[in-house]
Design a protein around this ligand. Sequence first.
Ligand code: CU
Length: 182
Amino acid sequence: MRSIKIVFLAVVMLFFLQSCDNKNELAIARTSIIALDGTGEEIGLFYATYENGVTSATVSLTGMPAGSIHAVHLHDGSCDNIGMHWNQGLDKSFCGEESMGKDWGKPFAGDFENIYIDNFGSGSRSVATNLWTIGTGNSTDIDGKLVVVHAMASDFVLECDPTHIPGHMHINPKIGCGVISY
Ligand SMILES: [Cu+2]
C-alpha cells in the first residue's frame, strides 16, 4: 500500500514538473490595429504564436491605398502616447544580430517588415523569429508592446548601412496602432 502511494506521488509530481516547464507550450498573442485618424476604424490584425522558442507573427492590413507600402514596427508606450521602437530594452543595434540562423538586418529588435498593399487595398506579411517571446515575462516578451503601422516604408537596408547615423529620426507618420495582448 505504501509503495502504491509513493508511485502515485511520483506520478503527480512528474505531471506538476511538466506543467511548470511551459517552454514547448503554445502561446498566442493578438491585437486588432486601429486607425490613428480618430475614426476608430480597424485597419488590420496582428496574430502571433510562440512555440519551441520561435515566434511566428502575421500582420494583415485592409482598406489601404493600392500599391502603398507600410513599415510595421513594435513600439513601447500606449496607443495614445506611442514611445520609441521596442528594442528589448537594449541600447544597441540589431543589424548584425542573428534571427533563426540568418541576419536580422534591421536596426531594432522590434522592426517587423514592410507590408506591400495590393490592388484591392490589402496586404499581409509573416515573420518568424527567435528574438521575440510571448508570455515569458522577460525582456524578449512582446506582450503589451505596440504594433505600429506607418504611412510609408522603412528602408531597413539603408538604416543598417554603416554610414547611416544611428538614432537619427525618420519622419514616417504613424497611421495605425494596437496593443499586443497574450
Ligand atoms: Cu515605428
